[in-house]
Structures are given as C-alpha cells and as structure tokens.
Ligand binder design. Structure first.
Ligand SMILES: Cc1cc2nc3c(=O)[nH]c(=O)nc-3n(C[C@H](O)[C@H](O)[C@H](O)COP(=O)(O)O)c2cc1C
Length: 211
C-alpha cells in the first residue's frame, strides 16, 4: 500500500433519517482512510444540520454565516479530496446530501472525489451513483473512475462500521489506491500552479503551502 501521509480527506455523508443505515458505511470508510494515514473529517448532514439552501456560504458577509455552515466550509476548504457516501433515494441521491453539497463551491475546486453508494437492495445504489457523478463534475470535484457500491447496507457492517463480509476489506483497497493517486496528483498540480502564478485565486488551491 502506498504511503499516503499528508492527505486530508473529507468524508461527506448525507442521510438525516433517524434509522439511517449508511452511517455504518461512512464509519467503515473513515476507518479505512485513517488506517492509510489520511487526516479525516466526517461531514455528517445530521450533525451539521445545514438549513435548506437560502444563501450559499460564499454569499454571506465574511464570518457571518451560521457557525455550522462555516465549520463545514473550513473542513472542505482544507481537504485534498472528498469521499461521498450516498444512499439511493428514488434512483437519485438524498435531499440532505444535495442540500449540503449545494452550499459550497470554491471549496471543491481542483480536488478529486470518490463515490461510495449503498442501498437496501442488491444494486448498491448505482442509479444514485450515475446522478452523483454529474453533480460532482458540476461542483468542480470530478469523481475517480472506480466506485464502491454497497448492497444490503443494513447487513453489510456492524454499527461501528466493521464489515460483516470480508470482501469489503479487499474491495476498498483498489478503490482507495485510485483515489489517493488522483488526490496526490491534483494536490501536486495545485501546488505547482500556485508557485508559478502568484495570483490571489491560486492561494486557495494549495493547502498548507502558505494558503
Ligand atoms: C425515500 C427513500 C427512497 C428510496 N429509494 C430507493 C431506490 O430508489 N432504490 C433503492 O435501491 N433503495 C431505495 N431506498 C432504500 C434505501 O436504499 C435504504 O433505505 C437505505 O438504507 C437508505 O439510506 P439511509 O438508511 O442511510 O438513509 C429508498 C429509501 C428511502 C427512505
């Protein structure tokens, strides 16, 4: 496994249901990333409870957005990439996830995303996956080619996110290898760009290098 020390990843999870099952998959992904040396923040829609979109974060006067909205902005801006953990609701993503994603814009730019979908049935949320790729492309965080669909999510993990079927431990390796490749590549590109063009818009692109 390639050393990934230095990568910072935000895991974005968007179900606000009281009986939600996908939190188990999100915990699994968080643990796997941490084991590979990532600094991980879980952005959980239920924890941050953003309002239905009125003003986007960028539309508030600096420092005047609701504290939860500012906290999420800070996490997304600091990240080198994103793993999105999405349920399938009526063949698309949940309203809670879309609402959370839509509040932000520049925070995503020039960083990769990786898609984990799940459902209660056998198809692992692949119809949500198709929708989510288009959304992430529009947000400026293109998704990596591989995806990680989880079928029968309710029985795939325990509450701590430990897989009940060892195949998940195996499958996630290639998926995260690929995500790390893109995260390293785009982090290097952002840093190179910043060093060669000293303009303000570039300052946000290279986390931890004077930005
Ligand atoms: C409003 C709603 C719509 C759903 N639509 C689909 C669907 O289109 N396809 C599917 O496979 N499962 C569907 N399901 C089942 C979910 O995949 C399953 O309940 C899953 O656990 C939801 O994620 P959550 O528990 O993290 O909220 C739906 C569930 C809900 C609540």
């Amino acid at each position: 496994m390639r050393d990934s020390t230095g990568l910072k990843t935000a895991v974005i999870y968007g179900s606000a249901r009281r009986d939600r099952q996908g939190i188990k998959a999100a915990r699994f992904v968080v643990r796997k990333l941490e084991q590979r040396g990532h600094a991980v923040d879980l952005v959980d829609s239920l924890e941050y409870e953003l309002p239905f979109l009125d003003l986007m974060h960028k539309e508030y006067e600096s420092g005047s957005a609701p504290p939860a909205m500012q906290a999420v902005s800070k996490i997304l801006a600091a990240a080198d990439g994103f793993v999105i953990v999405s349920a399938e609701y009526n063949h698309s993503i949940s309203a809670a996830l879309k609402n959370m994603l839509d509040h932000y814009q520049s925070e995503y730019l020039y960083k990769p995303s990786a898609i984990v979908t799940y459902s209660a049935g056998p198809f692992g949320g692949v119809r949500a996956l198709v929708n989510l790729r288009a959304i992430l492309a529009e947000l400026g965080t293109p998704s990596i080619p591989s995806a990680f669909p989880v079928s029968q999510v309710h029985s795939a993990f325990d509450v701590e996110g430990n897989p009940l079927d060892p195949k998940y431990d195996k499958r996630i390796v290639k998926f995260l290898d690929e995500y790390e490749w893109y995260a390293h590549a785009l982090t290097a590109a952002r840093c190179k760009e910043k060093m060669s063009r000293d303009v303000p818009t570039q300052q946000r692109m290279c986390r931890g290098k004077g930005s």
